[in-house]
Design a protein around this ligand. Structure first.
Ligand code: UDX
Length: 371
């Protein structure tokens, strides 16, 4: 609809886009380089190209997650590559949307952060975002850049914290879901991001935690707490592999439900499924897996796997079901049918999203995380 109304146009020509716009968002990827730092090559390349096409004052917005100091860096690249000196401001406006709920998150953000020292740019950005109802915070560029990293690293810390708690709950016979609920009622803690599981994955938490560690290191600070967050995350998948292996007495056929790093996306980047499956294969088990959307992507990350057409086909002839991604459809399976299809009625629920009591009543051996 936006296209037919002439409000949205696509072009592969950077200069056409630059000339037509007052505000230009840089949204290219900033993946981890070999040292864990953010790889800025795409950002630098785009800054050069847009500088060459500038025809009047522009606000250039760093939307991608970039290390502290990036807005200064982009501003310098623009200055060096402009054909003639034109005014511009480079500002930081980090994006907090999640995969799988991107439009909803963009339209209903918890806050909008603008990092700039320019009143002119701040005014333009405030006007641009005025239709969106959310607190608008205008701060300096370095703080805006830090807010993004600090937020993702803090959320990653919450996940690793509850995963560590889950491992202790397992040992002391407590249920981590109850513990998380009890913690969540404390408004200072909140209910969110306290779901124990196979560890965080995706394109942001692992990458941004590594980048933050690199920023800290580069500034002479040894961020041990954040290193611990990544260590707990790494270990979580080894713990799961050992636990699954402990439930199987011999080389077995393992049926895996879910491969993407979380539901409603086909993204396999840093998905816990990769390490769990590799670990199980190393122990000699055969893998049959199903995911509603991520199979094409999964083929780039996983080898020697049989892909099944659905959850029931995954169960057929398998010795255990391991649920790795909490897709909605897995919560409503006919578990009696699953039991008939499986060689052995064992389910390992790495997301604690199934009902242990129901499954045990049917005759399953149920294993969750920290329950
Ligand atoms: C995240 C941030 O939430 C978002 O603000 C930022 O812009 C990009 O990074 P995303 O990676 O899409 O978004 O997914 P998110 O829903 O935050 O989950 C990240 C990972 O943490 C997933 O692997 C998820 O399974 C895991 N997670 C999340 C848990 O294991 N437990 C939880 O309680 C919450």
């Amino acid at each position: 609809q936006a296209v037919s109304l002439g409000r949205l146009q696509f072009s592969a020509d950077v200069s056409e886009g630059v000339v037509a716009s007052d505000v230009i968002f840089i949204t290219v990827g900033t993946p981890s380089d070999h040292n864990g730092a953010a790889d800025m090559s795409a950002v630098k390349a785009v800054a050069v190209t847009l500088a060459q096409s500038m025809d009047r004052y522009k606000v250039v917005v760093d939307k991608s997650t970039m290390p502290v100091g990036s807005s200064k860096l982009v501003a310098k690249i623009i200055q060096e590559n402009q054909p003639s000196p034109l005014e511009y401001d480079v500002i930081s406006n980090p994006e907090f949307l999640r995969e799988g709920s991107a439009v909803e998150d963009f339209l209903n953000p918890d806050r909008i952060v603008i990092g700039t020292d320019s009143e002119r740019a701040a005014g333009i950005m405030s006007e641009l975002y005025s239709p969106i109802r959310a607190p608008l915070m205008i701060t300096d560029p370095a703080s805006a850049e830090m807010i993004k990293y600090a937020s993702n690293c803090f959320l990653a810390t919450k996940v690793s914290f509850i995963n560590a708690m889950a491992n202790i709950c397992e040992a002391v016979d407590a249920d981590v879901k109850e513990v998380a609920l009890g913690m969540g009622y404390d408004r200072r803690i909140g209910f969110e991001f306290l779901r124990a599981g196979p560890g965080f994955g995706g394109s942001c938490f692992p990458k941004d935690s590594r980048a933050m560690l690199s920023i800290a290191r580069g500034n002479g600070y040894d961020f041990q707490l954040l290193q611990g967050v990544l260590d707990v995350n790494q270990a979580q998948q080894d713990i799961i592999v050992d636990s699954i292996n402990g439930l199987l007495n011999e080389k077995s056929r393992v049926g895996v439900l879910g491969l993407s790093f979380k539901p409603n996306t086909d993204d396999m980047r840093d998905s816990p499924a990769i390490k769990v499956i590799a670990g199980l294969q190393k122990k000699g088990h055969d893998i049959v897996a199903y995911d509603p959307v991520a199979v094409d992507n999964a083929k780039k990350y996983l080898q020697n796997i049989t892909y099944a057409a659905g959850p029931y086909e995954t169960a057929e002839g398998s010795d255990i079901i391991v649920l790795i991604t909490e897709w909605e459809e897995f919560k409503y399976l006919d578990w009696r049918k699953m039991k008939d299809l499986l060689n052995k009625p064992i389910v390992f629920d790495t997301r604690n999203c199934l009902d242990p009591q129901t499954l045990r009543r049917i005759g399953f051996t149920y294993q969750g995380i920290g329950r």
